[in-house]
Design a protein around this ligand. Structure first.
Ligand code: ADP
Ligand code: NI
Length: 207
């Protein structure tokens, strides 16, 4: 392994340990998928592969949901990378990405670099497709939110809060927020699958 690969391997091990107790759908399984998707996008768009890999691996390491409502991913990224042979500009770049990535911050976040845009696209893509459907259902199961309420149209933005409603309120709006062409292509495919799923779901309900 070259020095960069060794660092990536170390960061992978540290993050997987730290996130070991977090639920499926928003734990290390999510991080692995974001890492892989970000690498796939980078292969087509270019950008600094090392920075992209580090930011993808570290982007949820201090997720607010698991740290008393305080987002600590950038702080933890600095600590983790500071203990490894990583130069300061790289640490600053990764921390900036991690700090400005999340959907919740998108109104106030600072402009992301190309590397940040790629990781943000990969993170958003993980809310779409078959995985996105499962994550929505898992989220609903955790907070006691039904996937659908009979008699309501999930595309009605003023309807009750449901998983199917979340597709329309948030998930089908993600594609137009993406930065890169490869991500838009993947999103189109994944959205089509979600719409097929919803059509089938509604047809099975009809009585
Ligand atoms: P991230 O931090 O990765 O941007 P979130 O923590 O907001 O994503 O959400 C994790 C998963 O839970 C996503 O797949 C998202 O679509 C789903 N989710 C979030 N909010 C809701 C909601 N109100 N109803 C259903 N699913 C949700
Ligand atoms: Ni994420």
């Amino acid at each position: 392994m070259n020095p960069s690969e060794t660092i990536i391997q170390n960061v992978t091990n540290i993050v997987s340990q730290r996130m070991a107790d977090q639920q499926a759908g928003h734990g290390f399984d999510h991080v692995r998928r974001v890492h892989r998707t970000a690498c796939d996008i980078q292969a087509q768009t270019g950008g600094d592969r090392f920075v992209i890999e580090l930011a993808a691996l570290l982007h949820d390491v201090g997720d607010a949901k698991f740290h008393e409502g305080v987002e600590r991913s950038a702080e933890f990224s600095r600590q983790i990378l500071g203990d490894l042979p990583v130069d300061t500009p790289t640490i600053d770049h990764v921390a900036h990405i991690v700090d400005n990535l999340s959907f919740r911050k998108h109104d106030t976040a600072e402009e992301l670099s190309l590397e940040g845009k790629i990781v943000q696209d990969a993170d958003r893509l993980d809310a779409l497709g078959a995985i996105g459907i499962v994550r929505t259902i898992e989220y609903g199961a955790t907070v006691g939110q039904p996937f659908h309420i009979a008699g309501h149209d999930p595309s009605d933005l003023n309807g009750p809060k449901t998983g199917a409603g979340h597709f329309y309120q948030k998930l089908f709006r993600l594609r137009e927020m993406l930065h890169t062409d490869p991500a838009r292509q993947i999103a189109t495919e994944r959205e089509r699958f979600m719409k097929t799923f919803l059509t089938q779901f509604m047809s099975e309900l009809a009585d």
